[in-house]
Design a protein around this ligand. Sequence first.
Ligand code: ACO
Length: 327
Amino acid sequence: MSTRSVILSTGHGLPRTIVTNDDLAEQLETSDEWIAQRTGIRQRRVCQEDEGSGSLSVLAGREALERSGLTATDIDMVICATVSGDFIWPATACRVQEELGITGAAFDVSAACAGFVYAMDVAASMIEAGRVTTALVIGVDCLTKQVDWTDRSTCVLFGDGAGAVVMQAAQNTDRGLLGSILLSDGSGAKHIWVEVGGTRNPFGSPQAEGKSRCISMNGKEVYRFAVKAMGDACEKVLEKTGLTAGDIDLFVPHQANLRIITAAAERLGLPEDKIYLNVQKYGNTSAGSIPLALHEAVVEGRLKPGMTVLTVGFGAGLVWGANIIRW
Ligand code: ACO
């Protein structure tokens, strides 16, 4: 039998501070009712000055490592999926590697809210090819540090968080990552982006003038894209793995918006009790959202060994993708 990449454990990292919709309504012209009705979000975690993607990744990575029963020397590779690393460079994965005492490869993957879906597939491909045996894969974002807190159409949507998994090579098993689909459409970049700060429009440069250093988003365009992308990616990965929606025990979608999730689940014909939701507690944590949800589903006993899980993400790029995992 060929080599499979099995998930041994999960972990999570969250900021200390909870900000509710009512808290936001004290500073902005918005309300708990508007935010909850349009998005399903009721509160989110927000990093303070001493917190960020690096520190949340270390928390998530350490917990996943402890729960795996392995030690740092067993990990061959750390991948962090993030678009909000501690620095523009070096990679946030290098901080995790250093703080946890891991040696071997460490690098980041930039695929916004689909980052964890991408990173899992990269790790699984390297494990299945025999290049590495054990990988720590983290999804993390702290987009509250990149939003304009006076822009009610974006700042209410995002929260900070991280999740992690330890993946390891296994033989003679039907568990592991069964298949992935990874997709992109760069023509949609302008629908959600941070225009200033890279090499195209460096901070303080003449070409950065009049452009925002915060997240700019065309909400309606992203909404339309997301509903279609989620459904398409799920159908494609089901077809690729020879499964049907009826084979899925738990659907763990990117937690951006309850309405987007519901539309995707309806298209697939998945009943409510098979959908994992925590968007109400955390908002959109971007690359952190799927691994954080996987971790909570495990801790709550909703995700058990042998179950078939469908994850799907979409985000800035535009990028989207899905994984099917036998847990
Ligand atoms: N509170 C109150 N009113 C608001 C708020 C707010 N927080 N934000 C916008 N409004 C107002 C608008 O100004 C508008 O008022 P107007 O009609 O007087 O102009 C009205 O509410 C309706 O606004 P719409 O934009 O039409 O609201 P819509 O129903 O489209 O919902 C939303 C907006 C929730 C942003 C939706 O478009 C959405 O979820 N889009 C997808 C966003 C997303 O998931 N982004 C993450 C991508 S992943 C990544 O990579 C980071």
